[in-house]
Design a binder for this molecule. Structure first.
Ligand SMILES: Nc1nc2c(ncn2[C@@H]2O[C@H](COP(=O)(O)OP(=O)(O)OP(=O)(O)O)[C@@H](O)[C@H]2O)c(=O)[nH]1
Ligand SMILES: [Mg+2]
Length: 203
């Protein structure tokens, strides 16, 4: 609650600014997903990560992807929130003004409750506004052995996804890049249903 939802139109530069946040429990693969996404556009070096010496996200990862349209340009501000509860106080700032969320689930069986706790935190932070935000659930680590993995229904049966206007689930293996671009384009389609997506990057 109290978090702002707004999209920024820059009329002067004919640019639409969109904020996307990768959210989810600690170690689910948010940073890995964002890194892969940026590597698809040769932008990996432009990513800013504020992390500890052991590679855990302290505050967020942040980067910008620009796409050229015929009339308008799109500027995606991409963030990954920290999943560590020690830094939980930084998460509302990362989420402020978000236009679309990719919720990265750690699909290891023993992580179910962690995933749910992180999911429920979104409702606590946004209140009922959360249902208006487009969400793609990335059921990550799908490369792991099936017997140790959560299936779609294990997670979906525990959340009220029916309340969301726009929600979708994709299996991903961020470590191999599988499903990462697909999840991102699904989210863009939710935000801009009319857009014909041709993921070519402008400088
Ligand atoms: N097997 C497997 N491991 C993964 C996958 N994605 C990420 N990992 C591993 O999971 C660990 C955590 O990945 P990160 O991307 O740092 O996770 P995070 O969600 O950013 O973690 P925090 O920033 O601490 O919240 C790393 O060791 C990754 O290599 C995946 O798809 N499959
Ligand atoms: Mg991280």
């Amino acid at each position: 609650m109290g978090l702002e939802l707004k999209m920024i139109f820059d009329f002067e530069n004919k640019t639409l600014q969109v904020k996307i946040v990768y959210y989810g429990p600690a170690m689910s693969g948010k940073t890995t997903s964002v890194r892969f996404l940026f590597s698809c556009f040769n932008k990996e070096n432009s990513l800013k990560s504020i992390e500890s010496t052991v590679g855990r996200t302290l505050f967020f990862d942040f980067g910008v992807l620009n796409f050229k349209g015929t009339k308008w340009n799109l500027k995606f501000l991409v963030y990954s929130a920290t999943g560590q509860d020690f830094y939980a106080s930084t998460r509302p700032a990362t989420l402020n003004g978000v236009d679309g969320l990719i919720f990265v689930v750690d699909s290891q069986k023993e992580c179910l409750e962690h995933n749910l706790r992180s999911w429920n935190e979104l409702e606590t932070l946004f209140g009922r506004e959360i249902y208006k935000i487009p969400v793609v659930i990335s059921l990550n680590k799908s490369d792991l052995n099936e017997t140790n993995r959560l299936q779609e229904t294990d997670f979906l049966s525990r959340i009220e996804y029916i309340k969301f206007n726009q929600i979708s689930l994709k299996k991903t293996a961020a470590i191999k890049g599988e499903g990462v671009l697909d999840s991102f384009s699904q989210l863009i389609k939710f935000i801009f249903p009319q857009l014909i997506i041709n993921l070519e990057v402008s400088k």
